[in-house]
Design a protein around this ligand. Structure first.
Ligand SMILES: [Zn+2]
Length: 284
């Protein structure tokens, strides 16, 4: 019986053997240890060619591993007008080569508010993002663009921001990083059943029942201060109540992918998978 969620890592598993190595080796290793998703960490730039993409796609199809891409960190939907063409290219390159590699979802950090109110910033960022989707569709590229919830209150990417973008633009759906949501306000909030359920209900009410079957989730432990995220942590070192989060996801009927970003990537990805099976009763 297949599970409601696929599990994987952001970046190839740490213990991926050196041969054949690369993303092809990462996919093969992921599937050998019981993972069925991988997010290609193109976070410092998109540096792949068409032949590499074709090899990645072939391996993913053969193994049944679902692929996504984490686009470069430099994207900022709220960047200055003169910088926007360059910033936009990071997202478009990730979407173009990601699609060639067989990825269905392109995750990106939406950027910063530059101290401006969220509603004003969204007036700038939504048309820009719409323009990106329009250009991709015109080129026959069907990837879903996933603005990720951010770990700092000063960064564009509250759950409300990402849902606003998704509501306005077909083809845009949030990447929900629950660790970031927990760290974002810096006060320890977003760590209870009621808070997770409220977030999931908000998501459902914003985007509809059907989207609950295609959640794209980032998960890790997280260290934070008053301004939010400091760094990601191993599952056991974190104050996050992962079991309760899994219960809320199960209660919501959520499905999709849970991608681990902890420092011990595949170790915690497998722990999240085991926890999900325990909480949901699936796979027994
Ligand atoms: Zn990210």
């Amino acid at each position: 019986m297949s599970l409601s969620f696929r599990f994987g890592t952001v970046g190839s598993p740490t213990a991926t053997p050196p041969r054949p190595g690369g993303t092809v080796g990462g996919i093969q290793y992921a599937t050998s240890i019981g993972l069925d998703a991988l997010e290609l960490a193109w976070v410092n730039g998109v540096r792949v060619g068409e032949a590499t993409c074709a090899a990645i796609k072939k391996t993913a199809e053969e193994t049944g591993v679902a692929l996504s891409v984490h686009a470069p960190y430099y994207i900022n939907l709220n960047g200055e007008d003169e910088k926007w063409p360059r910033l936009r290219k990071y997202l478009m390159d990730a979407a173009h080569f990601g699609s060639l590699a067989g990825a269905t979802d392109i995750v990106f950090h939406p950027g910063t508010y530059f101290g401006r109110p969220a509603d004003e910033v969204l007036k700038v960022t939504i048309p820009r993002l719409q323009g990106c989707v329009d250009e991709l569709r015109a080129a026959g590229n069907l990837v879903t663009l996933r603005p990720e919830t951010s770990g700092k209150a000063a960064m564009l990417g509250s759950l409300a921001d990402t849902l606003a973008m998704a509501r306005e633009i077909p083809g845009v759906v949030p990447c929900v990083d629950f660790a970031h949501l927990h760290a974002r306000l810096g006060d320890g909030s977003m760590n209870t059943y009621d808070e997770w359920m409220a977030a999931l209900d908000f998501y459902r009410q914003s985007l509809g029942d059907e989207t609950m079957q295609h959640l794209h989730i980032h998960l890790s432990g997280i260290n934070y201060g008053p301004k939010g995220e400091k760094n990601h942590l191993v599952m056991e070192e974190a104050d996050m109540d992962f079991e309760t989060l899994m219960r809320a996801l199960h209660e919501s009927g959520a499905q999709g992918r849970i991608m681990c970003e902890s420092p011990v990537l595949e170790v915690d990805a497998l722990k999240f998978k085991a926890l999900w099976m325990e909480v949901s009763g699936e796979g027994e």
